[in-house]
Design a protein around this ligand. Structure first.
Ligand SMILES: Cc1cc2nc3c(=O)[nH]c(=O)nc-3n(C[C@H](O)[C@H](O)[C@H](O)COP(=O)(O)OP(=O)(O)OC[C@H]3O[C@@H](n4cnc5c(N)ncnc54)[C@H](O)[C@@H]3O)c2cc1C
Length: 473
């Protein structure tokens, strides 16, 4: 049986549980194809598979290992929608166009699900559902969100606090939206199966083959790699932030955001006593506190973000503190794996999909919402190339916008810090109010008991308890 060749992948839970797969060769001699895809992440691999399925010749050039970057390092949540906020999208393009875009995003989710069904779920281990949970007692807001998502065609349930806390045993949590159709997967193994499926359909895949330059002029575009040249009628740029090496002006439209992930050793039955929900969980819109149970009783947790890549070990303490703050019953957990991954955010938070010049296509800017949207983009571009389908044009309102260079990155980092601070303030207010209400209930109950005079002595407790909640932040 083929062994997993893990050279070139980061030390991560995913690499440790990678399915046996061969390393692909580097491009060693000149090649002519109809389509050249630059980038072997999920966007590039989906495009290649869909082009090959339609009978065209296609080659993928990957500078490192397949899905060795964001695509094989993420938390694996396959969700409907986009990184862009629904309300902002509606304000920009109107409700009906937002609804159409949403259904394309759901097509991406369906594509991943169907591919898993066809290629086999072993190693991918899909888990069902995504709970988007609030740390504030804002039932009306969450109910409104749930209704809006329903109007956009999304299969969601509103969960009140009691139901949330029956599955997530944390007093930090209140209301939630449960996304019934969402899944969470092992993204590296999914990408490797996708690559194998593309090869079965005739795609040629080359690893350790960086595209060094592209000459887009003329009918046949020329792509230079370290050891050989490739000629193609169509080029698809699916290189995410790393495309910088070959098309710096495109990379300048993305803000690289690095986020950090840890996985614990087996935690035994106490993990299920804290996290009984078996799908994915997020408790913020930022890159903080996105988690799920993997491998039966390991906890995978993502948090923190920086606009410059740092050593993931530096964030282990902060992430294990976040876990202890959310689930004090777990205490300070040990960590087996810590890794980082870099995603590319656009200014409008929508993906960049389209034809930049005759025969030069772009599939990029998927942000932190790339598992469904890379699948969608790969399909849209393959359909456009081979069948002349025009559905990709729905993304033309989201043009390439310069991301502001170093200043843009600094602004994003500052915004993240400010948002984290404001959320913490809001949570603190919620918790101290919650503490006061609980203590008032306790006081009323005690007042109804015989020997009610005791209740007066306890009446200082609400203030102490409220203060305690503040101090524990
Ligand atoms: C830690 C983390 C957690 C995330 N969690 C989620 C999640 O739970 N759900 C979700 O939907 N999204 C998530 N995302 C986002 C998602 O992973 C990305 O949006 C998606 O994987 C992007 O795929 P891609 O193919 O565009 O880019 P990548 O996976 O970055 O692939 C691009 C590839 O192009 C190659 N390349 C670039 N330039 C060249 C060149 N010149 N020649 C050859 N090859 C080149 C690179 O080597 C790279 O392998 C997360 C991201 C991170 C980092």
């Amino acid at each position: 049986m083929t062994q997993a060749d893990t050279a070139g992948y980061p030390q991560s839970w995913y690499t440790a549980t990678m399915i046996p797969t061969p390393a692909r060769p580097a491009l060693a001699s000149d090649l002519d194809v109809e389509v050249c895809v630059i980038g072997g992440g999920l966007a590039g691999l989906t495009t290649a598979r869909e082009v090959a399925r339609r009978g065209w010749s296609v080659a993928v050039l990957e500078a490192g290992r397949l899905a060795g970057s964001a695509s094989g390092r993420n938390t694996g949540f396959v969700l409907p929608g986009f990184a862009a906020d629904e309300d902002k999208l509606i304000a920009r393009v109107g409700f009906e166009r937002t609804k159409d875009l949403w259904s394309l995003s759901e097509m991406g989710l369906d594509y991943v699900r169907d591919t898993i069904a066809a290629e086999g779920a072993d190693g991918i281990e899909p888990q069902h559902g995504w709970l988007y949970v609030s740390k504030f007692d804002n039932g009306a807001e969450i109910l409104r969100l749930s209704k809006l998502l329903g109007q956009l065609g999304c299969d969601v349930e509103y969960w009140p606090t009691e139901r949330v806390r029956a599955f997530l045993h944390s007093e930090r949590y209140f209301h939630a939206v449960n996304h019934v159709q969402a899944i969470a997967i092992h993204p590296l193994n999914y990408a490797l199966k996708l690559a194998a499926a593309a090869e079965r359909d005739g795609a040629r895949i080359f690893e350790n083959t960086q595209a060094l330059s592209i000459d887009p002029a003329g009918v046949r575009k020329r792509i230079v790699t370290p050891n050989a040249r490739l000629r193609a009628t169509q080029v698809v740029l699916a290189g995410n932030v790393q495309i910088k090496g070959v098309v710096p002006r495109l990379a300048a439209t993305l803000i690289p955001v690095t986020t950090y992930v840890i996985t614990t050793p087996p935690l035994g039955p106490r993990l299920a006593e804290a996290v009984a929900y078996r799908g994915a969980v997020s408790d913020s819109d930022r890159a903080d506190n996105h988690y799920r149970v993997v491998g039966g009783d390991h906890l995978m947790w993502l948090g923190r973000s920086t606009v410059w890549q740092r050593n993931p070990r530096r964030y282990v303490d902060a992430l294990t503190d976040d876990i202890a703050k959310t689930y004090p019953q777990l205490g300070k957990v040990e960590v087996d794996y810590a890794w980082a991954g870099t995603l590319g955010n656009t200014v409008h938070r929508m993906p960049q999909i389209g034809e930049l010049a005759p025969g030069v296509w772009l599939a990029s800017g998927f942000g932190g919402h790339g598992l469904n949207t890379t699948a969608m983009a790969g399909n849209l571009i393959a359909r456009a190339l081979v069948d002349g389908d025009q559905a990709w044009r729905q993304f033309t309102p989201f043009e390439l916008v310069w991301a502001g260079g170093l200043m843009g990155r600094a602004v994003v980092q500052m915004r993240t810090l400010v948002k984290r601070f404001l959320d913490a303030q809001r949570e603190r207010r919620t918790r101290s109010r919650d503490g006061v209400v609980q203590q008032a209930r306790k006081r009323d109950a005690q007042a109804a008991q015989p020997g009610a005079g005791q209740a007066d002595a306890d009446s200082i407790v609400p203030h102490e308890s409220g203060t305690e909640a503040v101090r524990s932040q």
